[in-house]
Design a protein around this ligand. Structure first.
Ligand code: MGP
Length: 255
């Protein structure tokens, strides 16, 4: 199967590190290690990340604010499609706004870090953990929901579920562009992500310099969508786009 529910805690592997000393830290992540306490306030309580995880993890104050800002009117299930090391999903669980939280991550070592970090924050058991491909999960949710395992069954997802996607951006090269072309984002373009999430409500965590004209095309006909720059120390960390669920006749047909 392309995805599976992980009932127990996956073991931390040799790829999962808790660096305590700068001398242990690979040079390309030293900048992030210096910011470790603004990434995870409780870093010293044995937070673990893979080396790749440092590049994409959402700093805790930003994750906490996003968890408060998500629209989620009447939504009971939150699905984090790219859970990574857990930066966002821990904040979602701690916000206590949803009765069910599902976290999907396809790399087992990264998922092990996320579960471990969620345990540090006391919320591991509040989260249903899924190892696998989030787009395969969405495809099944849209087209063959009856085949989902019991823990992932969602009644009327258009009305009850909200999706959060902080996808890989294809490295840090977005910084080289004054305006980042979201059709070049790797491995999934903006259009692919939107198509995979539609018709459910979805929130997308994107590079701060993302092309607003491309984002504007996600707005349903005649409606506005909210776009927010989340900042720390006066500088944007990311652009977050809130896309409402499709309504009326659009809700039942997939584009
Ligand atoms: P950054 O690109 O390292 O810029 O990360 P920063 O720290 O502002 O440094 P400077 O050199 O521009 O001063 C900014 C934020 O983007 C990080 O805190 C992460 O939350 C987020 N981020 C970075 N990358 C490469 C990714 C990614 O691939 N995916 C996701 N979802 N978030 C990312």
């Amino acid at each position: 199967m392309a995805f599976e529910v992980v009932e127990n805690k996956l073991p931390l592997t040799a790829e999962c590190h808790h660096y305590e000393n700068i001398n242990e830290v690979p040079w390309d992540i030293q900048k992030y290690w210096h910011q470790r306490y603004s990434i995870f306030e409780f870093y010293d309580y044995d937070i673990h990340l893979t080396d790749d995880g440092w590049f994409g993890v959402t700093p805790e104050p930003v994750a906490t604010k996003i968890a408060k800002d998500l629209p989620s009117k009447n939504k009971t299930t939150l699905i984090d499609l790219f859970a990574g090391s857990g930066g966002n999903v821990i904040a979602f669980a701690m916000a206590e706004r949803w009765s069910r939280i599902i976290a999907i991550e396809k790399d087992p070592a990264t998922l092990a870090c996320a579960q471990h970090n969620a345990e540090v924050y006391g919320v591991r058991e509040a989260i249903t953990w899924v190892l696998g491909d989030s787009l395969a999960f969405l495809n099944t949710l849209h087209n063959d929901p009856g085949s989902l395992p019991a823990q992932l069954q969602i009644d009327d997802p258009v009305h009850t579920a909200t999706l959060f996607a902080s996808p890989p951006w294809g490295g840090v090269s977005y910084r080289d562009h004054e305006v980042f072309d979201l059709s070049t984002m790797q491995p999934y373009s903006l259009a692919q992500l939107h198509e995979a999430c539609y018709p459910l409500e979805h929130t997308l965590f994107l590079p701060r310099s993302s092309d607003l004209r491309q984002v504007a095309r996600l707005a349903p006909e005649g409606e506005k969508i909210e776009v927010v720059q989340y900042c720390m120390s006066g500088a944007s960390k990311a652009m977050v786009v809130f896309v409402p669920a499709a309504t009326g006749s659009h809700a039942s047909q997939k584009r």
